[in-house]
Design a protein around this ligand. Structure first.
Ligand SMILES: [Zn+2]
Length: 338
C-alpha cells in the first residue's frame, strides 16, 4: 500500500486507545492513511503505574517498528503520539474519571509519555478519537453534523457540530451512555441507576437478559451461561438468538427499543444529519439495525415532519479509536482544531 521508494524518515504517528479490557496501539502513516502495525496489551486493573507502564511499552515497541524498514515499508520516524482515554477527559487531556477503569483518577498520561519519549503527545476521550477517524476516513466523511455512538461494554459517544467536536465547558461533552433513561432501571458502572448504557450496550444486553430470566424467560440464555444469571453476558444472548431461540430474539428487540429511544432523544436535542453506530452490537442480528431505524423517528418530536436521520454502521472497526488518536497526533500542534 505504501511506497517503498519513499525517503527514509517519513513522518509517522502513534495512536493508542485505552479500553476497559485492552490497550490497542497503531503505527500510522498520516499521508497515506495506512495502519503500518498494530499491537495490543491487556489493560491492568486498579493499577495506574501498571497502566502507564503498559502504554509506554506499547509506544516504545511501535517507535522501534517505525525505525526499521522491512520489505513492505520504508523506515520512518514517529513525530507524535495521540491517546484515547475511556471517560471524562478535560481540555488539558487529563482523565478525570472513567467508570470502566476503576481506581484510575486524574491520569495525565500525555505529559508522562511526552517526558519519556520526547515526543509531542495529546490525549482525548476515546470515543472522540473514534469519531475523528470516522469523520476523516470512515462513515462520517463529508458530514458536518454527526452523532457517533459506540456500543461496547458501555457506550461511548461524540458529537460533531459544524464539522467540529463539541467539547463543552470542561471537555466533558458527549457522554450519552450516562444519560438517565430509566430511573428504576439497572445500576450502572458509574454508580447511578438507569443510565442509557445499562439497557443499550453489551452490559445492557446482559441486564435485559437477566430481567427476562427473572420473569421466567430466557431458559436457553441461562443454560449457555452455565445456569447462573450473574454469569449472563451479551454473547450468550447473541448465541441463543443465532440458534433461533425466540426469547433471546425478544431480548434483542428490547435492546433495539432502548437504543432507538436514546438515539431519538439525541436527534431531538441535536438535529444531526447522520448517526454512526460503532461497536459489535450493530451486527448482533440481521434485523437489529433495521429495527432501530424503523423505530427511531417515532421517538423524535415531529418525527413525521422532518427528514429521517440515516443510521449507519461505523466503517473502521475496533481500531477506530486508535486510528483517531494517530490522526489527532498528526494534526498537532493544532489538535484541538477539528
Ligand atoms: Zn452511568
Amino acid at each position: 500500500m505504501t511506497d517503498a521508494q519513499e525517503a527514509p524518515g517519513r513522518p509517522l504517528t502513534i495512536g493508542i486507545d485505552i479500553g476497559g479490557t485492552k490497550i490497542l496501539g497503531v503505527l500510522f502513516d498520516p499521508v497515506s492513511s495506512v495502519v503500518i502495525d498494530q499491537r495490543q496489551r491487556p489493560t491492568p486493573r486498579h493499577d495506574i503505574r501498571g497502566l502507564i507502564g503498559a502504554v509506554a511499552d506499547l509506544a516504545d515497541h511501535l517507535i522501534t517498528v517505525a525505525e526499521h524498514a522491512d520489505h513492505e515499508h520504508a523506515a520512518g520516524r514517529v513525530t507524535a503520539i495521540g491517546i484515547g482515554l475511556p471517560g471524562l477527559v478535560d481540555r488539558r487531556g487529563i482523565l478525570r474519571y472513567g467508570p470502566n477503569v476503576p481506581g484510575v483518577i486524574d491520569l495525565d498520561l500525555a505529559t508522562d509519555l511526552q517526558q519519556r519519549f520526547g515526543l509531542p503527545t495529546v490525549a482525548e476521550n476515546d470515543a472522540a478519537n473514534a469519531a475523528l477517524a470516522e469523520h476523516r476516513l470512515g462513515a462520517a466523511r463529508g458530514a458536518d453534523h454527526v452523532i457517533v455512538v459506540t456500543q461496547g461494554t458501555g457506550i461511548g459517544g461524540a458529537i460533531i457540530v459544524d464539522g467540529r467536536l463539541l467539547r463543552g465547558a470542561n471537555g466533558f461533552a458527549g457522554e450519552p451512555g450516562h444519560m438517565l433513561v430509566d430511573r428504576s432501571g439497572p445500576i450502572c458502572a458509574c454508580g447511578r441507576v438507569g443510565c442509557w448504557e445499562t439497557v443499550s450496550s453489551g452490559t445492557g444486553l446482559a441486564n435485559l437478559a437477566r430481567l427476562a430470566i427473572a420473569r421466567g424467560q430466557g431458559a436457553r440464555i441461562l443454560e449457555l451461561a452455565g445456569g447462573d444469571p450473574a454469569e449472563v453476558r451479551g454473547e450468550h444472548v447473541s448465541a441463543a438468538n443465532d440458534e433461533g431461540d425466540q426469547e433471546a430474539g425478544a431480548v434483542i428487540s428490547q435492546l433495539g427499543f432502548w437504543v432507538a429511544t436514546g438515539l431519538g432523544s439525541l436527534i431531538t436535542l441535536l438535529d444531526p444529519e447522520l448517526i454512526v453506530l460503532g461497536g459489535g452490537l450493530t451486527a448482533i442480528s440481521d434485523r437489529f439495525l433495521d429495527d432501530v431505524r424503523s423505530q427511531v423517528m417515532t421517538t423524535v418530536v415531529g418525527g413525521a415532519y422532518r427528514p429521517t436521520v440515516p443510521i449507519v454502521a461505523a466503517a473502521l472497526g475496533p481500531a477506530a479509536g486508535a486510528i483517531g488518536g494517530a490522526i489527532l497526533a498528526a494534526d498537532l500542534p493544532r489538535s484541538d482544531g477539528w
